[in-house]
Design a protein around this ligand. Structure first.
Ligand code: ZN
Length: 318
């Protein structure tokens, strides 16, 4: 069984699909790599944003439910999603965000890296982190953000827990992460890989209320595995560690198993194959509504119920 290289995707909840697409494509410069539906609720979109081909480790995905109530950030939840950006790019990012009237927080330094916190239109916590080596990674060349600033996949994610010991034990034991250090209430774990999304921070917040998952919060985070055989091995290993793990689910672009880590955050392990070019050419990714074979017969019904979604227009620099 191969070790986990890092995150595969992060899935969050939004309200208006158009505002969501405009923000992630036109402002942050990600590519809309797949326009499909929530397979468990097919009259809702499932939108995937990532690099040019939607490589694992670059994918932020959303279920946009118009009118959904806003969630509450708290314990037992993924409380921030961090993207890697090149060194010395945060000043340009602040100019870009300010020009679009998007609020952002003060730049912080964590574990020697500069971090710019911001929120998406639904209040989802996003961070841009200047990560050494990020510039060498893939990015969406067709987007509006210049190469010297463009997002290079994930840096990692932060989960907030009432206590961190059992989560830490799962990460360093069963899941193969290394503990990298701590700063105040933040404990950093990382895979041994240099892949995007190799970092997972656990923030210990015993006094904080429990989070509520709804609009503007993360639903789950997924880690990568190389193959179906590896996924079966993970399933057995997690079950042996007394995790309540689901059967394999076919998500069309990957296959998934899910389990709740001891602090209550929903984790997934998703296969790298087959990927986002399984049903669309690389050049036209994200331009048409794609349905899995088992929903294709209901296409007209589904299309009539989905809200309109036009192609996001790239915003001008800075
Ligand atoms: Zn997922």
């Amino acid at each position: 069984m191969n070790p986990i290289p890092g995150l595969h995707h992060v899935t969050a909840i939004a309200t208006d699909p158009q505002a969501n697409a405009d923000f992630y494509v036109s402002l942050l410069g990600l590519r809309l790599v797949k326009r499909t539906v929530n397979f468990d609720d097919p009259t809702t979109y499932h939108l995937y944003y990532g690099d040019e081909v939607g490589a694992p480790g670059t994918l932020l995905t959303f279920f946009p439910w118009p009118g959904a109530p806003r969630g509450q950030r708290g314990t037992g939840q993924t409380t921030a999603t961090a993207f890697a950006v090149p060194a010395a790019s945060l000043e340009a990012w602040m100019e870009r965000l300010a020009a679009a009237a998007i609020e952002f927080g003060a730049v912080e330094t964590r574990f020697g890296e500069r971090v710019l916190p911001l929120a998406d239109p639904d209040g989802l916590a996003i961070e841009l982190v200047e990560q050494p080596g990020a510039e060498a990674r893939s990015w969406w060349r067709g987007g509006p953000v210049p190469e010297r600033c463009a997002i290079r996949g994930f840096h990692g994610a932060t989960v907030t827990e009432a206590g961190y010991e059992r989560t830490a034990a799962l990460l360093t034991g069963v899941m193969g992460f290394e503990r990298r250090g701590e700063e105040r209430d933040r404990f950093r774990f990382a895979t041994r890989d240099r892949a995007p999304g190799a970092i997972l921070d656990v923030v210990c917040a015993p006094g904080l209320r429990a989070g509520r998952v709804a609009a503007g919060t993360v639903h789950h985070i997924a880690f990568r595995c190389a193959s179906d055989a590896d996924q079966s091995a993970w399933q057995r290993r997690l079950a042996d560690a007394e995790m309540d793990v689901t059967p394999v689910m076919d998500r069309q672009y990957f296959r998934s198993i899910y389990f709740r880590e001891p602090g209550g955050v929903l984790f997934e392990i998703a296969t790298d194959p087959p990927g986002f070019t399984a049903d669309e050419a690389p050049e036209t990714l994200g331009t048409a509504l794609k349905l899995p074979p088992w929903l294709e017969g209901r296409r007209t019904y589904i299309e009539e119920r989905l809200p309109p979604l036009r192609a996001p227009r790239p915003a001008a620099a800075p």
